[in-house]
Each structure stands twice: as C-alpha cells, then as structure tokens.
Design a protein around this ligand. Structure first.
Ligand SMILES: Cc1cc2nc3c(=O)[nH]c(=O)nc-3n(C[C@H](O)[C@H](O)[C@H](O)COP(=O)(O)OP(=O)(O)OC[C@H]3O[C@@H](n4cnc5c(N)ncnc54)[C@H](O)[C@@H]3O)c2cc1C
Length: 231
C-alpha cells in the first residue's frame, strides 16, 4: 500500500450518473489489477474506489457514481471538484487478479463495479491470456453500459472472450439479456466449480451472489470480491 499525493487531471461524465476520474500520482505507484484506492476526504473519512486502470498506464482511472441519493459517491466527487490535489492510498484489497491460475475466468460487474472488472479485463488482454474469459455486466438501464462498444469489439477480436451485458429494466429496443446479472450466470453455467470468479457491485449483490454461486458448485477460494470483507 502506498500513500501518495495526486493531481486531479480529469473529471468527465461517462453517463448522467457516473463520472470518469483521472488522477496523476506525484510518482509512479504500484498496484495490481483489481485493487482499489482510498481517497482521503479527511484523516477520519477515507472512501474506497476500484481502480479502473492498470499500473502500466501511469495515471489512475476511477469510475465514480451510483444512485443519485448516494452520498458515498457524491461527497467524494465534490471533494475532487474542490481540490486540484488530493491524497490517496493506492494498492489496497485482496481481490486482485490471480495471474498464474490456469482456470477459466468469470468477471461479474454490477453497476459501477465495472471499474474493478475493467482493470482485470485490461490486464488479461495485455497478458494475452488464452483461456475462456466471460465478462458479465449488469446494469439497471442500458444507458449505464458506458463501455459496451469497446467490450463488444474486444470480444469480437478474440475467440476466448465473451461479453454479456444484462439489463434489469430493458426498453423495447433492447435485444440482449435481461434480469439480474448473477441470474444470467446461473442460467449459463451448469456448475461454477471450474471457474475463478471476480465480482464487484453493491454489497447486497455480493452477498446474494456468494450464496447462489456456492450453491451452484462455485468454490469459495476461487471467488474474489473485496465486498466480502464488508458483509
Ligand atoms: C472496495 C470498494 C470499492 C468500491 N469501488 C467503487 C467504485 O469504483 N465506484 C463507485 O461508484 N463505487 C464504489 N464502491 C461503492 C459501492 O460498491 C458502489 O456504490 C456500488 O457498486 C454501486 O452500485 P450501482 O449503484 O452502480 O449498482 P446498481 O445500479 O444498484 O445495480 C447494478 C446491477 O447489480 C445487480 N444488483 C444490484 N443489487 C442487487 C441485489 N440486491 N441482488 C442481486 N443483484 C443485484 C443487478 O444486476 C443490477 O442491475 C466501492 C466500495 C468498496 C467497498
């Protein structure tokens, strides 16, 4: 873990409710794909956010959002808007990508939990992994799928990768999967025993997913989520 000063280099909307944040650390900072950082609002108030980038990129990218009523995100964003420099603790969490495992991989994101799986997905692509990778991204509305085009292109260029967006409240035009994201996975895999499963999203989702996946053969030691430490 490294505590470091960062310049707020960019705040730009990904959707009406999610902001892309780019931080430039004062020196290169190590972290693993799937780890998170904490933004220090004060000495007593530190907010964790998954790092969407990978260390080779130099800058730190975050996706901050969620429900409009959610002060967790809005207070952190206000802090970033009001300060050109902030303090962050980088390289936290145990749910990072297990690069040396040979198991096929399921990445499960609920809403802004996408930030976490995006980091791992980029690391997988950079490492040229040649084993099955299934990226499921569940959102309430289609408009929240801010990286859909990129992910569909990624899946189209490599036979090992699949991208499955799952919309909870679809419009009539939506032609993809619907419902809760973990239920789509339960439908698609008779057993989850063989898979390394990385997941991030609302705490309530993490609890539901853990119980349901264990029931469907998932191995606890092959399921990774920092939310498990909070629930
Ligand atoms: C270590 C850590 C890192 C964090 N990183 C971030 C971050 O990078 N960015 C950020 O904004 N916040 C982050 N948070 C805070 C928190 O995790 C987010 O507020 C949360 O992921 C926001 O989800 P959402 O509102 O986007 O999802 P929602 O829009 O509420 O849900 C998206 C989808 O998730 C599934 N889902 C939701 N609830 C349930 C349920 N009860 N049962 C089954 N499925 C469900 C559904 O498929 C739904 O469509 C982090 C928290 C911690 C502890």
């Amino acid at each position: 873990m490294s505590k470091i000063r960062c310049t707020v280099a960019q705040l730009s909307p990904l959707t009406s409710g999610v902001t892309r944040v780019v931080l430039t650390p004062e020196s290169q900072v190590p972290y693993r794909p799937g780890q998170y950082l904490q933004i220090w609002l004060s000495d007593e108030d530190k907010r964790p956010f998954s790092i969407a980038s990978i260390a080779a990129q130099g800058q730190l990218e975050l996706h901050i959002g969620g429900a409009v009523t959610d002060q967790y995100a809005s207070q952190a964003l206000a802090h970033l808007q009001q300060h050109s420099e902030i303090t962050a603790e980088v390289g936290l969490g145990q749910a990072f990508w297990r690069e040396h495992s040979q198991n096929p991989i399921i990445l499960l994101a609920g809403g802004t939990g996408f930030s976490y799986v995006y980091s791992i997905a980029q690391a997988i692509a950079a490492a040229g992994v040649k084993r099955p990778v299934f990226l499921y991204w569940g959102v309430r509305d289609e408009s929240a799928l801010y990286h859909q085009t990129e992910l569909a292109a990624w899946a189209a260029t490599d036979e090992h990768y699949r991208f499955i967006p799952v919309v909870q409240n679809p419009t009539e035009q939506w032609q993809g999967r619907t419902g809760l994201v973990h239920e789509a996975i339960l439908q698609d895999f008779v057993s989850l025993e063989a898979y390394d499963i990385y997941l991030a999203g609302p705490f309530a989702m993490a609890g539901v997913v853990r119980a349901a996946f264990l029931e469907q053969g998932g191995k606890r030691e092959q399921m990774f989520a920092d939310a498990f430490a909070y629930i």
